[in-house]
Design a protein around this ligand. Structure first.
Ligand code: MRU
Length: 359
């Protein structure tokens, strides 16, 4: 079976699988400009922390390619403008800022390179970010599979799969690896209201790979835990603070509290690009607030009074003390997290300099 790829860069063209339409329609959107890339991230044509980072990196390549003159100052201004537009798309996933900062390093470190040369360097860097993410996810999968007992029933929330990354996935990477290791696992996917990433994306992605999956509504998770139907939980992350607090899709915190009450292991899977060493705790993570229509409607169908007040935070923060382990591409981190996370800093150049990561 061909590996699922949400982001494709081919011959200078960026194609994104439109995740707002899945699983009903399988359509791709082609982006020609960085503005189109920004719009695709904002409207969640592409979503998931690592996928947003990879896409934004290609957005800067498109910006560079649009510079028609051999004029470095002009090119630098254009790239800074594009970077600032891309930074303002979604605030929570740190991978976006990480990837943009990594791309910026190329033009800042090479002030004398001609425009034509810089274009090639930026493209090579975006491809490296893309390919590295895939490799990191496979490594997360290898490490994480060791934690999965044979026959495990695994609960996951949102979509931290191939669709949310350069491929293979983080939480679903662990699930894919355990399945490949013939552990005969079974997955429960939370539907993940309001945008149903669990129902629309995780369920679809796992079925495509013949991994046994059962869909539940978010409100059923506690009941299933009480019935001893869940052996462990694995989720992805949008940003991990220096103390191990984790921002992830809204509803993750509730699942972690339920897991703690029922004494069920709660694992987070994430690559190094998701760690933000510039912030001490999860309290500093900016939480995206989204449109009210996402709650009043499901797939465009009104399900609430049109004038009802709505609150729609897209993410929540799970405190480190509720997390059994964090599965990274560099191995499994166990509590207390502060020390092992700071040891990772040396491997993640962007954040050793304690750069700010908010838009
Ligand atoms: O709003 P989304 O769909 O971008 O949120 C995605 C998540 O919360 C994922 O769990 C997270 O980005 C990890 S993806 C590997």
């Amino acid at each position: 079976m061909k590996a699922l790829k949400a982001i494709a860069w081919e011959n200078g063209k960026l194609s994104l699988l439109n995740q707002t339409l899945l699983p009903v329609q399988k359509q791709t959107v082609t982006c020609h400009t960085y503005d189109e890339v920004a719009e695709a991230i904002k409207t969640m044509v592409v979503r998931g922390a690592p996928a947003i980072g990879v896409t934004a990196a290609y957005g800067l390549v498109l910006a560079a390619r649009s510079c028609a003159h051999e004029n470095r100052p002009m090119m630098n201004t254009l790239l800074q403008r594009a970077k600032s537009v891309l930074r303002q798309t979604r605030p929570t996933a740190v991978n976006l800022f990480w990837a943009l900062d990594r791309m910026e390093k190329i033009w800042l470190d090479n002030p004398d390179s001609p425009v034509s040369e810089l274009k090639k360097m930026l493209e090579a860097e975006a491809i490296a970010i893309d390919e590295e993410d895939l490799a990191r996810n496979k490594s997360i999968g290898r490490h994480g599979s060791e934690l999965i007992p044979a026959g495990a029933n695994i609960l996951t929330h949102c979509n931290a799969g191939a669709l949310a990354t350069a491929g293979y996935g983080t939480a679903l990477g662990v699930i894919r690896a355990a399945h490949a290791d013939n552990k005969k696992i079974h997955v429960y996917a939370d539907e993940t209201r309001p945008l149903l990433q669990g129902a629309r994306l995780t369920a679809w992605e796992l079925l495509e790979d013949n991994i046994p999956v059962t869909l539940i509504t978010d409100s059923m998770a506690g009941y299933l835990m009480g019935q001893k139907k869940i052996d462990l939980i694995i989720v992805g992350a949008d940003r991990i603070a220096a103390n191990g607090d984790v921002a992830n899709k809204i509803g993750t915190y509730s699942v972690a509290v339920l897991a703690d009450y029922h004494r069920i292991p709660f694992y987070v899977a994430a690559p190094l690009s998701t760690f933000d060493l510039s912030i001490a705790t999860g309290n500093e993570i900016p939480i995206e607030q989204r449109q009210h229509e996402e709650i009043r409607k499901i797939n465009g169908v009104t399900v609430a009074p049109e004038n009802v007040k709505v609150y729609n935070p897209a993410f929540d923060v799970t405190p480190a003390l509720l997390i059994t382990a964090i599965i990274t591409d560099h191995g499994i981190l166990k509590p207390p997290y502060a020390q092992c996370i700071s040891a990772l800093a040396g491997l993640n150049q962007c954040y050793t300099e304690k750069k700010g990561c908010t838009p």
